[in-house]
Design a protein around this ligand. Structure first.
Ligand code: ZN
Length: 207
């Protein structure tokens, strides 16, 4: 095959270094391809272009922490599933599984699902983080309970205050300062406490 670039040299099988683009990013990959003996132009034939697509996609997936096509294929193999069974297992179409394995990039949500359904370690880690979330929310509830006890809402303290306004807690000096009607009632209560209260209330004690 004559070189498309210089039109002189012959394209010979060789290791080549080519670049490809995925989602606006460029990746360089090394692979078997064709190289011009005259000008050094490098390319791939139609069969090799499939491999080029897969390699560039895998470079993108490695760079972004996603499973490569080969890794997806391996995980499926470890479960002994065909592409059809694997697709059903993930709740997706078999065409998707075929494309991922040959170079189409799976989205992050699907990548996460594949890991959770094929990797016991990933599933265990997910379970642990779920348990931690549950524990954290439980301790938050516990913390709120304690806070309520330490700082009761206004209505509670109000109620306690009202309940506390018994004849036992009222200061006799205040009672004597109160208008007649109130002080006489309170003094009447206070008089049941004994002579100490009666003496302290002074003039009101006579009511
Ligand atoms: Zn050439």
């Amino acid at each position: 095959m004559t070189c498309l670039e210089c039109g002189i040299g012959q394209m010979e099988p060789s290791r080549v270094s080519l670049t490809g683009e995925r989602h606006g990013e460029t990746f360089r990959v090394d692979m078997n391809g064709l190289r011009c003996q005259e000008c050094g132009f490098e390319t791939v034939d139609s069969d090799q272009s499939v491999e080029l697509t897969r390699l560039v996609s895998d470079a993108y997936r490695r760079a972004h922490g996603l499973l490569t096509g080969r890794e997806i294929c391996e995980k499926r193999g470890q479960l002994g599933m065909s592409q059809e069974v694997f697709a059903e297992y993930l709740g997706t179409g078999v065409a998707s599984v075929k494309r991922w394995e040959t170079g189409k990039i799976q989205d992050r949500a699907m990548d996460e699902l594949i890991r959770l359904k094929t990797d016991a370690r990933a599933a265990r880690k997910n379970l642990q983080s779920l348990e931690q979330v549950a524990l954290a929310s439980q301790s938050t509830a516990q913390r709120r309970k304690t806070e309520r006890r330490m700082h009761p809402p206004a209505w509670t303290s109000h109620r306690r205050l009202r309940r506390g306004t018994s004849r036992h807690s009222i200061n006799p000096e205040y009672v004597s300062a109160l208008p007649f009607a109130v002080s006489s009632v309170e003094a009447g209560y206070n008089s049941t406490l004994g002579s100490r209260t009666a003496a302290a209330t002074g003039g009101s004690a006579s009511f």
